[in-house]
Design a protein around this ligand. Structure first.
Ligand code: C2E
Ligand code: MG
Ligand code: MG
Ligand code: MG
Length: 282
């Protein structure tokens, strides 16, 4: 691409571009082997009810401990996995893993799994959800699929169809990072999301008194309530943020304040003792 810009730039840009491409190539090489080398694990972050602060679900979050590159952030490897479509087998593994793990929790606790557009639009996606449920024995209503607004930009009809099939199985669907993408109310009319997740950006804004953030959360909560959808505030880190979210009427809260993403055994331990997750989760 640097070459297309013409002029002298390409002499300065190309080495940097080359280094970037080289790093990406190495990362991709490792990512292709990560599943078979058993380098992935899933961690679980609690979501609590805003009123009782009791855990209602966990979000499954993928971690990659690469033998070649050390621990790689999802912000880095998820986009790469999407570009290479490796997210399809990797995502299927996460689904299976998360459903299996949820069988170790009390029956009222649900599990949320993030699904990328490439995955959702894959022909075998619904079959892979069915497979994960059957293999684990998890009841479909305990599984929630999280998607972001970006999936509707690609192939709205296909995305809707796949999500409707997932809902027909009895699973919930959540709209993740709401407000950060190309928010359109059209798909809220078409699909009955079980949950709208309000992005951390607005949670932070609201707690610092940002009027736009406050107005947006208020509007989202009012809309979700009247559409029969629940709301989750993402990324609450402080008491102040929790108080604000509660005052604004969000139903559920997720964030470091109540618990970081944790190893499966630590998630289970939250139910073993009457301890508040705030103390149990480091
Ligand atoms: P997400 O689905 O919006 O997940 C929430 C992210 O916010 C997680 O980052 C979580 O660790 C972080 N978070 C939670 N509470 C707080 C808080 O109080 N403060 C701050 N600063 N951050 C908080 P993580 O685990 O790094 O994941 C990043 C993104 O990667 C996820 O965003 C999701 O889009 C994607 N991702 C993670 N696992 C998977 C997966 O299995 N499949 C797919 N397709 N995407 C995944
Ligand atoms: Mg999510
Ligand atoms: Mg999110
Ligand atoms: Mg987010």
């Amino acid at each position: 691409r640097a070459k297309d810009t013409g002029g002298n730039e390409h002499f300065t840009y190309e080495p940097a571009l080359h280094a970037h491409a080289e790093e990406r190539r190495k990362l991709e090489f490792s990512l292709r082997r990560a599943l078979e080398r058993d380098e992935f694990k899933v961690v679980y972050q609690p979501v609590v009810a805003a009123d009782t602060e009791g855990v209602v679900s966990f979000e499954a979050l993928l971690r990659w401990e690469s033998k070649d590159h050390g621990s790689v952030s999802p912000a880095k490897f998820i986009p790469l996995a999407e570009d290479t479509r490796l997210i399809v087998p990797i995502g299927e593994w996460v689904l299976r893993e998360a459903c299996k793990e949820a069988m170790n929790w009390p029956e009222h606790i649900r599990v949320a799994v993030n699904v990328s557009g490439e995955q959702l639009l894959d022909q075998n996606f619904v079959a892979s959800v069915v497979g994960a449920l059957q293999h684990s024995g998890l009841s479909p209503n305990r599984l929630e699929i999280e998607v972001t607004e970006s999936i509707f930009l690609r192939d709205t009809t296909m995305a809707n169809a796949a999500l409707e099939e997932v809902m027909a199985l009895g699973c919930g669907i959540a709209l993740d990072d709401f407000g950060t993408g190309y928010s359109s109310l059209g798909y809220l009319r078409k699909l009955r999301f079980s949950t709208i997740k309000v992005d951390r950006m607005f949670v932070q804004g609201a707690a610092t008194g940002n009027p736009e953030s406050l107005a947006i959360i208020r509007a989202v909560v009012a809309m979700a309530d009247s559409l029969g959808m629940s709301t989750t505030a993402e990324g609450a880190e402080t008491q102040k943020e929790v108080d604000m979210i509660r005052q604004l009427g969000c139903r559920k809260i997720q964030g470091y304040f109540f618990g970081r993403p944790m190893a499966p055994e630590d998630a289970i331990a939250l139910f073993g003792s009457p301890a508040n997750p705030r103390q149990s989760a480091a």
